[in-house]
Design a protein. Structure first.
Length: 332
């Protein structure tokens, strides 16, 4: 493995940056292409301090053909993890064409380059959002997909692009990873979830309340069919999630396979807040507001396929997710 390099598109994002750390001793070079649309250079310097000289950054959009060509010419790329894309669900509803272009069309261009360069080991970063409103729980990989917003549709479109391509079907090992709700941070506190602008997901919002940048957390709905009325999700520690990527990379069987990456356990918004408060001794004021449109009562994974096929199990606790997330913000 040590003579080979890996390309992480969108590698400065939350999941990509943690993966880069996890892959440190697996590849000669870890090459990132990232346009910094949802990241800042400081994240790169912090990541570099963890990964070292094998980390190489190209500051560009994946649609920049000349940069992508240069990467494949300059490095012995043997595997690709494709994270790059826009991910704000609300924004995708307002600007669906932009989302289609940046997510689906740009991926199509990238895939042409992968084929030209005979890349046979690919991981695509998908999302549990493709399942839409659950028809049953726990959600396994055979659950039907149905988008409830343009962002989810983009993920489905890309998955379909992979499934329908004879090159991927016959010559590659493609792993489609459907993430549940990754939170937490690297235990060093040097990297974490650091989105630009106003955050959409719950943990970055809790962190803003904890630092008093936001006055309170608005909990979307307290009348769901759950033990305390608030929505239930399958939160997975980012360090577990990236271990799942490492196992998926090592699984090099030909064909296209989908894996859920989740814990199989669900926690409510109030469970999450209470745990965060207990573990970190920080108060998170909150109030209840209307349900957020498109939200569902409960989502959690059936993680069995990843366990039996990859030997991967997410074992870190909700306590550790809350501790590491706050540790990152305290050290910022
Ligand atoms: N949530 C909330 N307030 C917020 C953001 C999220 O109550 O400001 C809730 C949301 O309704 C859901 C859970 O937190 O039950 C996780 O939301 P997130 O957007 O992080 O993930 P997703 O809904 O996409 O799974």
């Amino acid at each position: 493995m040590r003579t080979e390099s890996i390309l992480l598109t969108g590698g400065l994002g939350f999941i990509g940056s943690h993966t880069a750390v996890a892959l440190k001793n697996h590849f000669k070079q870890i090459v990132i292409i990232d346009d910094l649309s949802n990241s800042v250079m400081n994240n790169y310097y912090r990541l570099k301090s963890l990964v070292g000289d094998c980390l190489i950054l190209y500051k560009a959009d994946i649609a920049s053909q000349n940069v992508i060509d240069k990467i494949f010419l300059s490095h012995n790329i043997k595997a690709v993890i494709h994270y790059a894309g826009l991910k704000a669900v609300g924004e995708s509803i307002i600007f669906p064409a932009k989302y289609y272009y940046k997510n689906v069309y740009s991926t199509k261009l990238l895939f042409e380059v992968l084929k030209k360069n005979k890349i046979t080991n690919l991981i695509f970063s998908s999302s549990a959002t493709v399942y839409g409103k659950p028809l049953y729980l726990a959600i396994d990989e055979s659950h039907p997909v149905k988008a409830i917003n343009p962002y989810g549709q983009n993920k489905i479109d890309i998955e379909q692009m992979i499934f329908n391509d004879p090159y991927f079907q016959e010559q590659c090992s493609v792993k489609i990873l459907r993430y549940f709700n990754p939170i937490g941070a690297h235990p060093s506190g040097l990297i974490g979830d650091d989105p630009k602008g106003i955050p959409n997901n719950i943990m970055p919002i809790i962190l803003k309340v904890a630092t008093q940048e936001h006055q309170e957390l608005k909990i979307f709905g307290n009348d769901y069919q759950t033990h305390d009325g608030t929505g239930i999700r399958d939160y997975i520690h980012i360090m577990d999630l990236v271990e799942g990527h490492v196992k998926a990379l090592d699984y090099n069987k030909k064909g296209i396979i989908v894996f859920n990456l989740g814990t199989g356990k669900g926690f409510s918004v109030l469970d999450l807040i209470n745990t965060f408060q207990e573990v970190n001794k920080v108060k998170i004021p909150y109030s209840f507001v209307e349900r957020r449109s498109g939200d569902v009562d409960m989502v959690f994974a059936n993680p069995d396929r990843a366990k039996t096929t990859l030997g991967f199990e997410a074992l870190r606790s909700l306590q550790s997710m809350c501790f590491d997330a706050w540790n990152f913000v305290k050290k910022k």
